[in-house]
Design a protein around this ligand. Structure first.
Ligand code: GUN
Length: 294
């Protein structure tokens, strides 16, 4: 039976460490870190993510602000808000929750964020720094996976890491980070995607599989090798008869994979809470490196 990589537990440890730092800041009569979020439209999953991020801010002692816009908002209006947040001396970092409605050019929005406040690590300047192994904000989900691998002391050096999905938020940055000269890292990386033929030929040869696909229960036990480490980034809402009307289902068929893997993340309670904790960590970093704080 595989070791469960308990993201909920580790995320609480990380948030506790942040809380201790924030308490010291406040005890020194300095203002706490401040994270802002821009939320557009009424996508249920996005609303839930942002709500959770605000709860996290409260838990670690940060100030938070939420700016909501209707799904018909213009690009100009959003750019104006971003400019305001860029200039604000009171806000250390902010995020624009993705996805955005079709009339908005996502790349234009991301490019408008001051890289020093880009706590999602999405701006090309920060992405480039990450790729070049320079100090910067790492995107929260990949950063959370690294933290989980680190805290469980999963050996990554010289291992074959297969990543499924090449999104700008998870797959692409993860493929770069697992190959960097560091721990966790130093892996030989294969980035697979929707055009990869015979994906099981790759997953069967992987020491570490990271799935970020959004295809419920896609990865079966017979697709991985004995002792593999399996990281499940997928969180798809699947309708059920519960009060909420849905449950969260990962990309990994937990039942069959946990019989074969040496370590595995659950859904929920794996990568999700780690992502949230790392956003807090990035916000604390933005606060510490802000030109407005001494
Ligand atoms: N949408 C899904 N994940 C994320 C994330 O980490 N940050 C933002 N801004 N939007 C997302």
């Amino acid at each position: 039976m595989a070791t469960i990589l308990d993201g909920l537990k580790v995320s609480k440890e990380i948030k506790n460490e942040i809380r201790i730092e924030v308490d010291k800041i406040v005890a020194d009569r300095r203002r706490p870190p401040h994270l802002a979020a821009i939320l557009v439209g009424n996508n249920g999953a996005s609303q839930a993510y942002v709500r959770n991020k605000i709860t996290d801010c409260k838990e670690v002692g940060f100030k938070s602000s939420l700016f909501t816009f209707s799904s018909t908002v213009s690009e100009a209006e959003l750019l104006e808000k971003i400019e305001e947040l860029n200039k604000s001396k009171d806000i250390d970092g902010f995020i624009v929750q993705l996805p955005l409605p079709k009339q908005i050019d996502q790349e234009k929005i991301i490019m408008a964020i001051d890289p020093r406040k880009d706590v999602d690590g999405f701006h090309p300047e920060n992405f480039g720094k990450m790729a070049l192994e320079m100090a910067t904000f790492l995107p929260a989900t990949p950063f959370g996976i690294l933290a989980l691998l680190e805290r469980y002391q999963i050996d990554t050096k010289g291992k074959h890491c297969v990543i499924i999905g090449r999104s700008r938020i998870v797959g692409k940055p993860m493929s770069i980070l697992m190959g960097r000269k560091d721990f966790p890292g130093n892996s030989t990386v294969t980035l697979t995607h929707s055009y990869t033929a015979h994906i099981e030929e790759f997953t069967k040869n992987a020491d570490i599989v990271i799935t970020a696909l959004g295809d419920p229960n896609f990865l079966k036990g017979e697709m991985i090798k004995n002792g593999a480490v399996v990281i499940d980034v997928g969180i798809t809402r699947v309708e059920d008869t519960s009060e909420k009307g849905y449950k969260l289902v990962g990309d990994v068929d937990f039942e069959s994979c946990s019989e074969v893997a040496s370590a595995i993340t659950p859904v929920p309670g794996g990568v999700g809470p780690m992502t949230r904790a790392m956003l807090m960590k990035n916000t604390l970093l933005a606060y510490k490196t802000s030109v407005y704080n001494d």
